[in-house]
Design a protein. Structure first.
Length: 329
């Protein structure tokens, strides 16, 4: 580490907590532990223990950044809503700041991932969508996270594509939003409905005892060339392209990144989505944007949280080079 106190990035997930010392978008030291989900106090104690493990390696930090899969009021670091981890209503900034005696900054995990991606591709105007069980994302403007008035904005997954479309499979009250078409839950919903309606189909053979088709089985069927499953991915890709075009028209980013767990099956939808976006976006904006798969890998969360902490304490983090650890592809 250099002579300056380090900044730490914390990535809180539903299954694991990762903590790393981050220097100009490089991971210097990293630890990872299972997320303690039994209670809020257990989770906070687990976070503290993981952070202190890294502090023992690198020394007292200048600041700590935390990414959480939740809606965050950034000004107070308060978790507004949290579906999978017991933090709803907790002022995480105050809780962790009190434990460590250093500034703590808390943001949505997708915002942190987008901030990391902006470092990897060396640009200051970026939009990122994360396609997983749900759809998240982040917007980077002038090198910093765009959050809206209270830090709760840029909920890209809940932008409406069709007001008469299927209900959102997540926690929002909307219908026909991006998450209703372009998430893992949406794919599983459509595949399961098709399998139940077509008992002779390839997907019907993949139904489990609960009457559902899993994401891996859907991908396997598509890779085998099953025409009905490929049609599901065709609709998925088309709606994703509609969303990309809309975000390009609104934000005019330099770079648009697609990440999340579903991006590992990008061969089934990415090119088609880009093709759809190209014919829908304003031409002057489209020819100025680069669209790619995200490069962050497993360290994107901790790197983004660390960059956030560095920015908030006034350090220059622009265009750092990311070092992705083994297994973070």
């Amino acid at each position: 580490m250099d002579s300056e106190p380090p900044v730490l990035g914390v990535d809180v997930g539903g299954t694991k907590v990762a903590v790393a010392a981050v220097e100009r978008a490089e991971v210097k030291e990293r630890v990872e532990h299972p997320t303690a989900l039994a209670s809020t106090s257990d989770l906070l104690d687990g976070l503290e223990a993981a952070v202190r493990e890294v502090i023992d390696l690198v020394g007292e930090p200048a600041a700590v950044g935390v990414g959480v899969p939740s809606q965050i009021e950034f000004s107070t670091g308060t978790v507004e809503t949290s579906v999978n981890i017991p933090l709803t209503g907790v002022s995480l900034r105050d809780e962790l700041g009190g434990r460590f005696g250093v500034p703590v900054f808390v943001d949505n995990d997708a915002n942190c991932a987008a901030l990391a991606e902006a470092q990897f591709v060396a640009c200051e105007e970026l939009v990122m969508l994360t396609l997983g069980t749900g759809v998240g994302g982040g917007v980077i403007m002038r090198g910093r996270i765009f959050r809206g008035a209270h830090g709760l904005g840029a909920e890209l997954g809940h932008f409406t594509l069709n007001p008469d479309g299927p209900p959102c499979p997540g926690s929002c009250p909307n219908s026909g939003c991006v998450e209703a078409y372009c998430s893992g839950q949406a794919l599983e919903r459509d595949a399961s409905e098709l399998a139940r309606d077509r008992p002779d189909s390839r997907l019907a053979r993949a139904l489990d005892e609960d009457g559902k088709v899993s994401g891996p089985d859907i991908v396997a069927a598509a890779e085998e060339g099953d025409p009905e499953t490929l049609l599901l991915f065709e609709r998925f890709a088309r709606m994703l392209g509609v969303a990309i075009a809309g975000y390009v028209n609104v934000f005019e980013p330099e770079h648009f990144a697609i990440g999340g767990g579903l991006s590992r099956a990008s061969q089934l939808f990415f090119d088609r989505a880009v093709q759809e976006a190209e014919v829908r976006a304003l031409p002057a904006l489209w020819r100025r944007v680069n669209v790619s798969l995200a490069r962050g890998g497993a360290d994107a969360g901790v790197i983004g949280a660390g960059v956030l902490a560095a920015q908030e304490v006034g350090r220059d983090t622009a265009h750092g080079t990311a070092t992705v650890t083994k297994g973070a592809e």
